[in-house]
Design a protein around this ligand. Structure first.
Ligand code: PMP
Length: 359
């Protein structure tokens, strides 16, 4: 709102009608170089000598990545590629019973992919069995608990997709530029423009990159040029202001996290995830995390259904089982509006004050 003019976009009705850009590609080279500049400025990912693929949100990029990696795998095996993630995980790759807004899961759970649950249970098996093709999704910082996860599976038969949607300084310390084989980012969590549907992958391997590009072409003939233009304008406005938007977003998230932590510190009934402080190369200091979600645990045996406990207090979270966890966990979103957050705190304060023996 403070930069309405510099971030605004006006497009004539006749403009940008064709599928491709003037160089015959489906990707704006201006946007691509801006993305490289942004990563270099923030220091959250290595992009030198890497390829970049665009998608309709990171959701499309993640499925393109899974398809590309399963093709790379399948020459040696006819069995479906096993897809794993550490619990609690973001449900892009989980079982279809979960209520995802998009049915990404069904898509991924076709005969090509088989969701195989918690990555930890595959640890010894996949390392010893080289014919088992595995894709591990690693979300870092993790949705729902904000931890900087690392892959748990390794080996020639294992491919890893790093979902770095939240790897920005407003959500987490940035201990080093990420340098993984396949890293996925999204505008949705960088600046919140989820509705523009724009995500990208930074890819080391040219063959994987080509397969992802092919997937995008077959799937949707690339990302909307309108979206690419919007993304360009927004990222340009962000970069023109230096650290300003990151400082603003960091302060906003930090203050929300501190208020939430203070509120729940008075409770014996509810607890919050612990994330260790780390050195952040963006802010050049050791700092706490300021995550997008609270991963709340109901500590009492009688509160097994934590979602129901909070719902009764008019607080709507997302059940633990959506993330492969137990239902004594609930995820609360901290990336809604300030008004929503203020109401959340009021309702939590009320709940905590009603506890037996509340501190
Ligand atoms: N990855 C993670 C970890 C997410 O939390 C989300 C959105 N909740 C997405 C991917 C999908 O985001 P989008 O498709 O809007 O980029």
């Amino acid at each position: 709102m403070q930069h309405s003019t510099s971030s605004a976009l006006v497009v004539s009705g006749w403009h940008r009608m064709s599928y491709s850009f003037n160089d015959n590609t489906l990707i704006s080279q201006h946007l691509e170089s801006l993305i490289r500049k942004l990563h270099a400025f923030v220091g959250n990912a290595v992009t030198q000598d890497r390829y970049i693929v665009f998608g309709a949100g990171s959701t499309q990029v993640l499925s393109a990545a899974a398809y590309a990696l399963s093709l790379a795998n399948s020459s040696s095996s006819h069995s479906p590629t096993r897809v794993v993630a550490s619990v609690p995980y973001y449900a892009v790759c989980s079982a279809p019973t979960h209520h995802l807004p998009l049915q990404t899961t069904r898509y991924l759970n076709s005969e090509k992919f088989k969701y195989e649950g918690d990555a930890h249970t595959w640890r010894n098996r996949s390392e010893s069995d080289a014919s088992t093709n595995v894709i591990e999704f690693v979300t870092s910082p993790n949705n729902p608990d904000g931890l900087l996860n690392k892959a748990v599976l390794h080996g020639l038969n294992v491919k890893t997709i790093y979902d770095l949607a939240y790897y920005w300084p407003h959500f987490t310390p940035i201990p080093a530029p990420a340098d993984e084989d396949l890293m996925v980012f999204t505008l949705s969590k960088l600046n919140g423009h989820a509705g523009s549907r724009f995500g990208w992958a930074v890819v080391k391997d040219e063959t994987v990159f080509n397969k992802m590009v092919l997937h995008m072409q077959v799937n949707s003939i690339g990302v909307s040029k309108d979206t690419q233009l919007r993304a360009f304008k927004l990222l340009k406005a962000i970069l023109e202001e230096g650290t300003q938007i990151f400082d603003f977003a960091y302060q906003t998230m930090k203050s929300k996290w501190e208020r939430l932590a203070t509120t729940l510190s008075l409770s014996n009934r509810f607890s919050l995830q612990k994330i260790n402080p780390q050195y952040c190369f963006f802010y050049n200091k050791v700092r706490e995390s300021s995550p997008a979600y609270a991963w709340v645990k109901c500590e009492k045996e009688e509160d097994k259904d934590c979602y129901a406990v909070l719902k009764a207090a008019n607080i709507i979270g997302r059940k633990g089982n959506v993330f492969g966890s137990e239902d004594n966990y609930v995820r609360l979103s901290l990336v809604r509006s300030q008004d929503d957050f203020d109401i959340l705190i009021q309702r939590l304060q009320k709940l905590v004050s009603e506890e037996d023996g509340a501190i």
